[in-house]
Design a protein around this ligand. Structure first.
Ligand code: NAP
Length: 277
């Protein structure tokens, strides 16, 4: 199924819109793509990016809403990230509208199936890997092609998870797919370095979304770590999507040296948001 791309009126070029970027806002005039922007972290990230002045290309299977006040600099589309044609058409539509893409965030992801691997239906495992791995491969490929099609570099952020390195009983598919996201990002980083593409796999910390609600609703026998996630909710110990979005912007412009223990590794875990409580 090809993506159903809405076509709002054209906008002035990023250069005309942003002028010279301010030193403290190097992303001024940037165009960002966020997949999985219909809800959760993706929608929150889109709202924050919009508030910071970026133009946006947003997609999910459910057409995302443009952030309030940013309707004229947002393109929205219904795209299944497992659909190669839909992703390529979406990338082309964003470039047609805004001229270029400076930051591409592969955020769309699923958690299911939850439960012991021995009970998981093959069709659900296949669907999971198609979204979380093939979807990220296709999005990364579309962005690498775009960056090579024009001068200047770009930032690719693939949303990972602490589950990429921590094994959780009940999450075999998710742990495997997020480990794959980390490693495919390392490959893209070396393949595209000469084109100026900065590729990062970013674990956002725990953010209270539908995905977290589905974790908390899992029977304990399917997910032995349930109590840890119930306690996080009890303590309201979440990162906000705005915090995640700001850290991603910092990482994308290279303004921060946050990195994993591997030093120069491209895999990054976002720090916990300071809490006033
Ligand atoms: P969420 O609330 O379940 O939202 C997932 C988003 O992905 C939705 O917009 C969904 O939209 C979209 N999506 C799913 N399958 C898709 C597909 N095939 N094509 C296009 N879009 C698709 O999840 P979230 O908590 O915001 O998670 C966002 C990302 O952060 C995921 O990659 C997740 O693994 C990661 N993450 C989350 C947490 C957390 O604590 N929440 C922690 C670590 C990592 P449609 O259903 O409309 O397509």
């Amino acid at each position: 199924m090809a993506g159903n791309v809405d076509a709002p009126p054209p906008l002035e070029s990023p250069a005309a819109r942003g002028g010279e970027p301010a030193a403290d806002e190097p992303w001024a005039g940037w165009v960002a793509v966020v997949t999985g922007a219909s809800r959760g972290i993706g929608a929150g990230m889109a709202a924050r990016f919009a508030a910071r002045g970026l133009a946006l290309g947003l997609c999910a299977r459910t057409t995302p809403a443009a952030p309030t006040g940013a309707e004229q600099r947002t393109l929205v589309a219904s795209v299944d990230v497992t659909d190669e044609t839909a992703i390529e058409d979406f990338a082309d539509a964003v470039v047609d509208r805004f001229g270029r893409i400076d930051l591409w965030v592969n955020n769309a992801g699923v958690l299911a199936p939850i439960g012991p691997l021995r009970a998981a239906p093959a069709a659900e495992l296949d669907a999971h890997v198609r979204t979380n791995v093939v979807g990220v491969l296709l999005g990364s490929r579309a962005y690498a092609r775009h960056v090579r099609s024009r001068p200047g570099g770009g930032a690719l952020v693939n949303i990972s998870s602490g589950a990429s390195t921590n094994p959780y009983a009940g999450w075999a598919a998710y742990c495997a797919s997020k480990a794959a996201v980390d490693h495919l990002t390392r490959v893209v980083a070396i393949e595209e370095a000469d084109a100026g593409l900065r590729a990062l796999a970013v674990a956002p910390g725990v953010v209270d979304t539908d995905m977290q609600a589905s974790i908390r609703a899992t029977p304990r026998e399917d997910f032995p770590s349930l109590d840890r996630f119930l306690a996080l909710a009890e303590d309201d110990a979440f990162n906000s999507p705005a915090w995640v979005a700001d850290r991603i912007l910092d990482l994308a412009v290279g303004a921060t040296t946050q990195s994993s223990e591997a030093g120069r590794d491209v895999v990054v875990r976002i720090a916990d948001e300071p809490r006033s409580r």
